[in-house]
Ligand binder design. Structure first.
Ligand code: HEC
Ligand code: HEC
Length: 204
């Protein structure tokens, strides 16, 4: 990864025309290039499960909003979002670590991979119908890439999505956004959850 280099200095007054133009171009590029936030040391430990290869059960976290990531870490640390692995990880994090981790992972792009081939068209259709019925897109956006407190849910791993919906329904996971998901999931059947998870996982 290319860390933020030292900022280009203001060109000294005596530098001649072309050199000055080149330097100010560098300054402009440096100022506008989208750069990943500096990786806090503690982020290394996360990559074993949330890096390019995902550990079993672990979703990608890059590309979520900083707020969403921070909230989830606080929920895990407080034991309100129940998950043995993440509770163990989050226990060791300070508030400053959590802020830095949120900022860092939010600055990375979502790992775009091709959606898995859809071999269950009927299930996809059922998921689409359930999503319309429960107005999922009203909060998560028409393309399910997330809006404000509602995170991206498109193309997350299917098993993770099903588990997440089940956890909200069982109240082993709290929901920000005025308990939005606790309320939504309360009215989902097992068949709805299966279909919704499949539909979201294979979205093009
Ligand atoms: C040993 C594997 C492992 C490690 C290491 C790990 N995680 Fe996780 N993480 C998981 C699993 C599994 C889940 C899914 C938990 C669930 O189902 O609720 C998860 C979930 C999360 C979530 C919630 C994602 C979402 O979409 O709601 C965040 C945020 C997160 N981890 C951040 C981190 C950070 C930051 C670190 C490093 C400090 C880290 N994790 C280290 C396995 C791991
Ligand atoms: C009223 C707004 C609202 C509606 C409607 C809504 N959501 Fe959500 N959703 C949210 C918010 C806010 C969150 C973040 C909650 C949290 O803090 O965990 C969320 C989180 C999620 C997550 C967790 C993602 C992750 O990475 O762990 C999934 C999955 C999800 N929603 C799916 C759905 C589905 C499927 C529907 C329709 C059945 C739906 N949502 C309807 C607001 C909404």
């Amino acid at each position: 990864m290319s860390g933020a280099g030292p900022r280009a200095r203001q060109p000294a007054r005596r530098i001649s025309g072309p050199a000055r133009a080149a330097l100010s171009l560098l300054t402009i590029l440096g100022a506008t290039a989208v750069q990943a936030a500096e990786a806090p040391e503690v982020a290394q430990a996360c990559l074993a499960c949330h890096g390019d290869a995902l550990a079993e059960g672990a979703p990608p976290i890059a590309g979520h909003s900083s707020n969403y990531i921070q909230l989830q870490l606080v929920f895990f640390r407080a034991g309100r979002r129940k998950n043995e692995i993440m509770q163990g990880v989050a226990e060791g994090l300070s508030d400053n670590d959590i802020r830095a981790l949120g900022k860092y992972f939010a600055s990375l792009p979502f790992p775009e991979t091709k959606p898995p081939a859809d071999t269950q068209a009927d299930l996809t259709k059922a998921g689409e119908t359930a999503a319309l019925q429960h107005r999922c897109a009203a909060c998560h956006g028409d393309t399910y890439l997330g809006i404000q407190a509602a995170p991206r849910v498109a193309r997350l791993p299917e098993a993770y999505l099903a588990k997440a919906l089940g956890d909200y329904r069982a109240n082993t996971r709290p929901s920000s956004g005025g308990a939005a998901m606790t309320e939504v999931a309360g009215s989902l059947s097992d068949a709805d959850i299966k279909a919704l998870a499949h539909y979201l996982a294979v979205l093009p």
